[in-house]
Design a protein around this ligand. Structure first.
Ligand code: SF4
Length: 361
């Protein structure tokens, strides 16, 4: 057992629940199963939670007979497990995201969601005056998903009807949305009649921070979206005009492109080679040149050597949007590429999604 100096317990005083009891129970189980001394624990955190990594590693090293390795590579989602560290670990804890359905990750991964301890009640109450519609759909990220029933009760007490969509099997909880999956904003499938409910839904209430998720939910569902940020209690109606103007400019800049590079990430939950192949075929059938670029992490700097007129991104859908402007040429989503080719109308623009079964195995 390593004897590291005690680091102040920032994880326990954080506004996120790192479920250390679950972590220790899992370590104990594996230690018993292995029954032969020290075990190797891998830890992985998204960028916003990395500041808690040393504290958590220190706690584990103090309490357990374990060597702990922390993945320092960038991480943005459960789609992005550090496979090399996973291979070397007896047990691997991925913090900050819910489990994402994916093949080839074996049974050593435990997803510790790091749910927010911040109460959403005030933000939801503050949003009610902005929601004159009778039926409200609720969506959120995994950090607040355990508080959706609380939000439902508050809205129902204000006389609203509330719908929480199941979403597809790529997401772990009803009402949860990802930056690449807004299926929970669509309220189920035609089979169970839930699409009828969707039509009745007048607006969505998004509980969380940031604009990317609510923009995706708005484009996908075609509903008005009100955002309620539980960290600041700020509430506002989403306005996606600036976003759409940016995307319109990117599409315009790619209109005359002759050479396309199509980006494929080898990350487990982002890998879409089949989609990339179909984009390449479409480009070639329109008389364009197209090449597929394979990589793990997609960054603007890596693209500098490739003299493409435009890129088409099949990796994490957020990449084309969040880093727009930092790439040496326009980066299109697959749907925007269809607009450039004249196969899709601008009015039918949606964000790119990786839905259930959408990634290659
Ligand atoms: S593909 Fe992107 S949006 Fe989807 S889970 Fe991964 S990091 Fe998040």
């Amino acid at each position: 057992m390593s004897k590291l100096p005690t680091i102040s317990p920032s994880s326990s005083s954080s506004s996120y629940d790192f479920e250390m009891k679950v972590v220790f129970d899992e370590i104990q189980k594996i230690s018993k199963e292995k029954n032969c001394g020290e075990i190797v624990i891998g830890l992985q955190f998204p960028e916003g939670l990395k500041k808690h990594a040393l504290d958590i590693a220190s706690q584990i090293e103090r309490e357990a007979d374990a060597s702990v390795y922390i993945s320092a590579d960038p991480c943005f989602g459960a789609c992005d497990l550090d496979m090399r560290l996973l291979e070397k670990s007896d047990l691997f804890f991925h913090f900050g995201h819910a489990e994402l359905k994916q093949e080839n990750i074996g049974n050593k991964v435990r997803f510790i969601e790091a749910r927010s301890k911040v109460d959403v009640s005030d933000a939801v109450k503050a949003a009610i005056p902005l929601l004159p519609e009778q039926t409200i759909g609720l969506v959120t990220t995994v950090q607040h998903v355990h508080q959706l029933e609380n939000a439902r009760r508050i809205l129902e007490a204000a006389g609203k009807t509330v719908i929480i969509g199941d979403g597809d099997k790529r997401i772990a909880y009803p009402g949860q949305i990802l930056g690449c999956n807004f299926s929970a904003a669509l309220f189920g499938s035609e089979k169970d009649g839930a699409l009828f409910e969707s039509e009745k839904c007048g607006a969505l209430l998004y509980i969380g921070s940031g604009q990317f998720h609510p923009i995706g939910a708005a484009l996908s569902s075609k509903k008005r979206v009100v955002c309620a940020d539980p960290f600041t209690s700020e509430v506002f109606e989403l306005n996606d005009r600036k976003f759409l103007m940016q995307r319109s400019a990117v599409i315009g800049n790619a209109a005359d492109a002759e050479i396309f590079c199509i980006l494929v990430s080898t990350k487990n939950g982002q890998y879409r080679r089949v989609l990339a192949e179909s984009i390449k075929s479409k480009a070639e059938s329109c008389g364009k040149q197209a090449f597929i670029l394979y990589m793990d992490l997609v960054t603007p700097d890596q693209m500098l050597s490739f003299k493409a007129d435009a890129f088409v991104n099949t990796a994490c859908p957020r990449l084309a949007i969040d880093d727009s402007g930092r790439y040496p040429a326009p980066v299109l989503t697959p749907q925007e590429f269809e607009i450039v080719l004249g196969e899709r109308k601008w009015e039918d623009l949606v964000l790119d999604e990786i839905l259930e079964g959408g990634q290659d195995e």
